[in-house]
Ligand binder design. Structure first.
Ligand SMILES: O=C(O)CCC(=O)C(=O)O
Length: 305
């Protein structure tokens, strides 16, 4: 009896979930929860209403239309990028400062691999505030204006992350989730500001995304990002179709060529790395806010995603 009730409850939940996703697909062009989308629109409207500062209209228009923007190379000065890159490299050599994918079993068991094989896939800095305090120097007046122009609102920084990604060896037969086309879920009031510390090429897996309009098109055609444990290849057919103008962006360029994007509006992924290629990345998680809140060495933010 109890089993039957559970069965029915499970089916009802799945139906509700499917209806919810279907509405998000049609109305918002993503597969996040409907409630998350509605809350996001409300927050954006509210914070924009409180904001009256001057913005760069070109940047603003581009970001509103496409949900991404590639600023000029020197937006984060190259001396700062070089300092961050060498400090990051130094920190990765100290095991106490790093989480490695193979030491995090919960994360690592998602990968299908021969029993007992230990492969290094990613390394993440543990406490960026202490290992990479120069990170706060990123927030120059130019960068603050850039982010405000994209949002047309004030912002706060929710968290900071830094990672190195390695090539996935052929013995690992599941793509890491970050290598698959995906949305970042949980909130639509978020921007990713990615600053590569190594040159970005096709070989070392430059970040790839589809702009907002093309993402909507794909999602309305049925594209569904896969999650942990989902079967692979469910979207292969749709991924491989030629839709004419793919509007696919690959953020190739020298170290420091940053990109800002809305990860709930643009399907995105880390490009696959070829054997022996690695790449280092800094990620700022930025959110709409009524009041501008810039982290500093005295008022840090957490390391996280
Ligand atoms: O490292 C990258 O290039 C992509 C990062 C990513 O997929 C994410 O922020 O969700």
């Amino acid at each position: 009896m109890l089993g039957q009730v559970r069965d029915v409850a499970g089916r009802v939940n799945r139906l509700r979930w499917a209806a919810d996703t279907e509405l998000s697909r049609r109305l918002f062009g993503n597969t996040l929860r409907l409630r998350t989308n509605v809350e996001g629109v409300g927050t954006a409207l509210w914070t924009r209403q409180q904001f009256s500062d001057d913005v760069d209209c070109e940047v603003s228009r581009f970001y509103q239309e496409n949900a991404y923007y590639r600023p000029p190379l020197d937006t984060v000065p190259k001396e700062l990028v070089a300092t961050l890159a060498s400090r990051f490299d130094e920190a990765l050599r100290d095991p106490s400062k790093v989480d490695s994918a193979y030491t995090d079993e919960a994360f690592y068991r998602q990968y299908k691999r021969p029993a007992g094989e230990r492969v290094l896939l990613t390394q993440h800095l543990r406490d960026i505030h202490h290992t990479l305090p120069e990170i706060y120097d990123i927030f120059s007046p130019g960068v603050i204006r850039l982010i405000r122009s994209c949002f047309r609102s004030n912002f706060r920084v929710q968290s900071i992350a830094a990672w190195r990604m390695f090539a996935v060896p052929p013995t690992v037969t599941t793509d890491p989730i970050i290598d698959r086309w995906h949305f970042d879920t949980g909130s639509t009031t978020r921007m990713r500001f990615l600053i590569p510390l190594t040159p970005m090429t096709r070989e070392n897996g430059a970040t790839e995304l589809w702009d907002k309009q093309y993402t909507r098109f794909l999602v309305r055609k049925g594209f569904t990002p896969v999650g942990w444990g989902d079967p692979e290849g469910v979207n292969r057919e749709i991924e491989e179709q030629d839709f004419g103008d793919p509007r696919r962006v690959r953020n190739e360029g020298p170290a420091g060529q940053s990109i800002l994007f809305n990860p709930s509006a643009c399907l995105h992924r880390a490009g696959p790395r070829e054997p022996n290629h690695t790449r280092d990345m800094i990620q700022l998680d930025i959110r709409f806010a009524v009041r501008l809140q810039i982290p500093t060495r005295q008022s840090p933010v957490k390391t996280g995603y």
